[in-house]
Ligand binder design. Structure first.
Ligand code: FPP
Length: 244
């Protein structure tokens, strides 16, 4: 638990950045323009989160299901993602963000894989925030991949006897990442949509009606205030915001 601003803050704050399309539609713009505005907001939110002293932040940027969108929208996102990191990765690094990419990355376009490789090969010497960008990520896919990795171990039968919830974590994409304490979804829908299915077991969920590109500092403060009032029991009797 991090104590800042006199309130318990999440150690890991996750975002489902929804509502880019509706934000654009309200303005007579293309969905791609909505995603561009959403990307700019991601940069802002990252800096606000850094200011709070929160150490882990994750965002659902492209799901394994998002390939079903129109070719135009998918291509727009696939151009936007490397563009965004070409523009901002160095600045984010200087501000103290260590960026990780999570998902089936080898299915992404070459330009995206290239910048991902460059960013991950040059982590900052010191960092204040671990920022996890989920790209071609799906919670069910992550669990299936984890089972496949476990079955490929040298002695899968011995592993079957030893495997428990803690050791299973080693087969997930980011074994070291703490589970999200708070998942914020913008734009009013109230579902996880295949995000962090394993890791969300005890996450607090917060739903904001605001479209992602409009999600401002006051909206973030409201989400964090709501979190600070939640009673976290992890199935037991504990009724505070400390981690299990
Ligand atoms: C959901 O809104 C949003 C997405 C599928 C993409 C999220 C991507 C970004 C915010 C920007 C790109 C990310 C990076 C890392 C640069 P929606 O399109 O489903 O909105 P709608 O429900 O209103 O249609």
């Amino acid at each position: 638990m991090i104590q800042a601003h006199d309130k318990p803050l999440p150690q890991h704050l996750a975002f489902i950045m929804d509502g880019n399309g509706r934000w654009a539609q309200d303005r007579g713009l293309s969905r791609s323009a909505g995603h561009r505005a959403g990307a700019e907001r991601l940069r802002d939110v990252c800096y606000w989160v850094l200011d709070y002293g929160i150490c882990h932040m994750s965002v659902y940027a492209f799901s394994t299901e998002n390939w079903r969108r129109s070719t135009q929208e998918v291509n727009g996102l696939m151009r936007l993602i490397p563009d965004f990191f070409h523009r901002y990765a160095a600045e984010m690094r200087d501000q103290g963000a260590r960026i990780h990419f999570v998902g089936d990355l080898d299915q992404l376009p070459a330009a995206t894989q290239k910048i991902i490789g460059q960013i991950q090969a040059n982590p900052p010497e010191t960092h204040k925030l671990d920022l996890y960008i989920c790209l071609n990520y799906g919670g069910r896919r992550e669990i299936v991949r984890a089972v496949q990795k476990a079955l490929r171990s040298p002695d899968p039968l011995a592993l079957a006897d030893q495997l428990d919830e803690d050791s299973f974590r080693n087969f997930l994409y980011q074994p070291q990442m703490p589970d999200p304490d708070l998942i914020v979804r913008t734009a009013g829908e109230q579902r996880l949509s295949n995000f962090w299915l394993w890791q969300a077991a005890y996450a607090e969920l917060y739903f904001s009606p605001v479209y992602w590109p409009d999600f401002g500092q006051a909206d973030l403060a409201q989400a964090l205030d709501a979190y600070s009032l939640r009673q976290r029991r992890y199935g037991g009797e504990k009724s505070d915001n400390t981690h299990p």
